[in-house]
Ligand binder design. Sequence first.
Ligand code: G4P
Length: 531
Amino acid sequence: MSFTPETRRRRTFAIISHPDAGKTTLTEKLLLFSGAIHIAGAVKGRKASRHATSDWMEIEKQRGISVASSVMQMLYREHVVNLLDTPGHKDFSEDTYRVLTAVDSALMVIDAANGVEAQTKRLIEVCRQRDTPIITFINKMDREGRDPIELLDEVEAELGMPCVPMTWPVGQGKGFGGIVNLRTQSMRLFDAGEDKRSDEYEVVSLDQRDKLAERFGHDWELAEQNMELMAEAAPAFDLEQFLAAKQTPVFFGSAVNNFGVQEVLDALVDLAPAPRPRFSTEKDGSHKEIAPDMANFSGVVFKVQANMDPSHRDRIAFVRVCSGKYTPGMKLKVQRSAKELRPTSVVTFLSQRREAVDEAFAGDIIGFTTHGGVQLGDTITDGISLQYTGLPFFAPELFQTVELKNPMKSKQLQAGLLQLGEEGAIQVFRPEVGGAMLLGAVGQLQFEVVQHRLMAEYGVDIRLMPCRFTGARWITADTPEAMKKFTDENASKLALDAADTLAYMMTSAYDLRLTAERHPQVHFHPLREHA
Ligand code: G4P
C-alpha cells in the first residue's frame, strides 16, 4: 500500500492505565519533550480527575477537564503525534472503548509496584479484540517496586503476547541507577529532578562496563545477569509482530523525573503504525476496506461532548479522520441522516488549546461544533456514501425509569435526554407502548451525572425509580414475518434506543433464554456496532 507523506507521518495513539499509574504525568512529559508545552505542571489541572468520587462536583470538574484535554496534538521529529486520553473511572468505560476505536496504537502505563491492575486489564481486552498494537511503559522505577522480570511475566500473561524489553533498569527505588538502551548498548544514568531534558543526563557506553560495575556494584551485576537472561528468553523485537499485536515492546522509566520518556516518544515515531485502513459496511452487509489515502474525506464520530457553558447548547463532535483531507468550508454529509452538516466551527486540539483547523489528514482528530444532528458512531464524509463499522454500544445492565418532579417540563426532559443519549452519557430507551422513559447505564455513576446535568443544563428535576429490567438486547430477525410475530407477542417489553434501534428489555437471564427459545429466528445482540 502506498501512503502519502502526510498520512505516513501521522501517529494516533491512546494512553491507557489504571488510575494513579502515572498517565497524567507521562502525558505531560510527552508534551514537554515534543515542545508542545514549555512548563511542567501545565497538565496538572487534570489532577482533579484522579480521585473520582460520586460527588457530582467532581464529575463536573472531570467533564470540564476532559473537554479541555482529551485530545492533544504535538509535532515531534517531523511527525504529527495525536494523543488521546482515556477516562480513568470504570463507570465511564464505554467512553474509553470508543476512544480506543479512534486510534492506531496504545501506550500502556504500568506502575512498577502494582503491576497490571484491574482497569488496565479491561482496557487490554478491548485492545486485544481490535488487535491494537501496544507499547508498554513501566513507570515509577525510582520507587521500590516489583522485580522487572516478574513484571514482564505478568504483562505477558495478561496481554497474552510476549514482551520485548527495549530498555533495562539498573537498580530500583533508592538505588535506581538508570536504564540501559538495549539497541544502542548504552546506559543513561538516572538523576532525580523534574526539570531535566533527556540530553542533560550522562550516557555511558556499555563498552565501559567496568566503570558501571564499579559505580553500581551489585545492582549492575544483577541487571547484567537479567539482560543476559532476557536476551535468551525474550524474542527479538519484530516490527511486523508488534504491528499485528503479537508482541509488545517494553520501556522502563520514571515519568515524574522525565526519565525514559524520550525513548517512548521515539518509539511512537519509529515503531507505532501510521493510520491504517478502516472498514465500511456496504448495503449488502459486506465489509470494504477504505484506505487512509483515498482522496475523499471521511471520518467517524467517536465522542460527543456538550460544551461546558450550560447556556450554550452546542456540542463538539470529535471526529477521527479516516481518509482524505479536511479543509475549511468543505461540504460535509452525515451518512445516517443524509443531511448536510453545518458546523459553527471546526477545531483542532493543540495540547490544551483549540484552534481553527487549516487542514487535517487521516489520523487527525477534529472537533465539529454543532447544535445537533450528530450522534456517536456517525460517519461524516465529503459526500461519498460509506458507513464505518465498529463503534461499540454495550447493552446496559442497570436500568432506572425517569419521573418528572414537575410535569410541565416534559418537553425539556425529552430534549435533554435526547441530547445526553446522543452524547452517549447514558442510553435512553423509549418503551414502544408508551410510559416512562428508561435510562440504561453500564456504571452507576452515569445516572448521577445525567440527573445532575438535566438539572444544570435543562432545568429539569427528575426522580429516578428502580425498574424491573436487568438488560437490553438489540433485535434482528431472519424474516419480516419472524420479526412481526416476535414484536406482536412482546410489545410490552420492546423499546427504541436513541438511534431508533429496536431492543428487547429483559427481566432476567432466564426470561431472555425462554424468549430466544420461542423465537429461534430472532437474534438478540448484547452489542450494537454503529448508529
Ligand atoms: P494518573 O494520571 O495515572 O492517575 O496518575 P498521575 O500521573 O496523576 O500520577 C499519580 C501519582 O504518581 C502522582 O503523585 C505522581 O506525581 C506520581 N508519579 C508519576 N510518575 C511517577 C514516577 O515516575 N515516580 C514517582 N515516584 N511518582 C510518580 P501524587 O502524590 O498523587 O501527586 P503529586 O502531588 O505528587 O503530583
